[in-house]
Design a protein around this ligand. Structure first.
Ligand code: GTP
Ligand code: MG
Ligand code: ZN
Length: 294
């Protein structure tokens, strides 16, 4: 039986992309009674009922490697976090919380700095802030048409979800990336739709170079959850080489003497703004923990 990947689910129909094209499928009863709901990104086995009309049934969902809740999508392996240098200004607190979360979920992250036509200098400030993290960084402008080649390389062969504040340019970037990389279907109205409405249902859009991208509606706030304050440090890649080397076991890197993270900070090896937001998050998580156990 052929296999494929669900690219979209709408009104009980699933669109499954296989080697022989896209099939419109319904889900079979078998796995539905285990309350397994197919998601975009799921690899599935299908049976074809009408080759000409490209209709079939999903017979089996392959084990999921991972699943996101918002947007509901399975098996993604990269998140592109988009910020813009201006309109809107970056919400660094939001960006850092998202980076902590992708580290926690062990997903690869890349930072896209968009709208660099609006403030070249500020772009460098942002890069400075994140250069020690090891995350991939790409600077983009649709207006100047720069950065898309490098971004294309980062997206190749991966399934990447684009996330970030509202208005930073996620959909604009995707339209541009898909223009140059997607197999053209000749369906113009489809493309206009995609740019306009904010996607409620996740959809995998295929890149010509291989791989998929997923647009998401922007969000304005986000809270860290399911993280013990003591574990927060593990989600800062630039802390990694110092962790476990402080004077005190269980050092929180805030006020303990003999702290290696703090000495790295003083030596300029760790960005101060990132570090200060770490303290804020740590304290918030600590408060949450106290409330939970008191
Ligand atoms: N100057 C400038 N403006 C841009 C650039 N990219 C996008 N924009 C503009 O930014 C605005 C928001 O772009 P969108 O692509 O809708 O942003 P979004 O992140 O998808 O927003 P949500 O869907 O609300 O989350 C639009 O008016 C775009 O024309 C850029 O590189 N430079
Ligand atoms: Mg959008
Ligand atoms: Zn320490």
């Amino acid at each position: 039986m052929p296999s494929g990947v669900i690219v979209k689910g709408i009104g009980g129909f699933y669109y499954v992309k296989s080697e022989d094209g896209v099939y419109e499928c319904k889900a079979r009863g078998a796995f539905r009674k285990d309350s397994k709901i197919p998601l975009p990104g799921d690899e599935v086995v299908l049976s074809v009922v009408d080759e000409e009309k490209k209709k079939g049934y999903i017979e089996e969902i392959c084990p999921r490697k991972m699943q996101l809740i918002r947007p509901a999508v399975a098996n993604i392996n990269q998140i592109a976090l988009v910020v813009s240098v201006k309109s809107p200004l970056p919400d660094f607190s939001l960006l850092d919380k998202l980076l902590v979360t992708v580290m926690q979920k062990e997903i690869n992250a890349v930072i896209c700095i968009n709208k660099i036509d609006l403030d070249e200098e500020y772009k460098n400030t942002i890069i400075d802030c994140y250069k020690d993290t090891g995350f991939g960084i790409v600077s983009i402008s649709s207006v100047l048409d720069v950065g898309f080649e490098q971004l294309g390389e980062m997206l190749k062969g991966k399934t990447t979800v684009f996330a970030g504040q509202s208005g930073v340019g996620k959909s604009t970037i995707l339209n541009r990336v898909l223009d140059s990389y997607v197999m053209k279907t000749g369906n113009v109205s489809d493309k206009i739709e995609r740019g306009k409405h904010t996607t409620r249902h996740a959809e995998l859009l295929e890149l010509k170079s291989g791989g998929f991208v997923v647009d998401t509606p922007g969000f304005s706030s986000f809270e860290l959850s399911d993280i013990e304050p003591e574990h927060l440090q593990n989600y800062y890649p630039e802390f990694r080489e110092y962790i476990g080397k402080c004077k005190f076991v269980g050092c929180s890197h805030i006020s303990e003497p003999g702290c290696r993270v703090k000495s790295a900070l003083e030596d300029g090896m760790i960005n101060r703004d990132r570090y200060e937001r770490y303290i804020t998050f740590y304290k918030t998580l600590k408060d949450k923990q106290r409330r939970k156990y008191s």
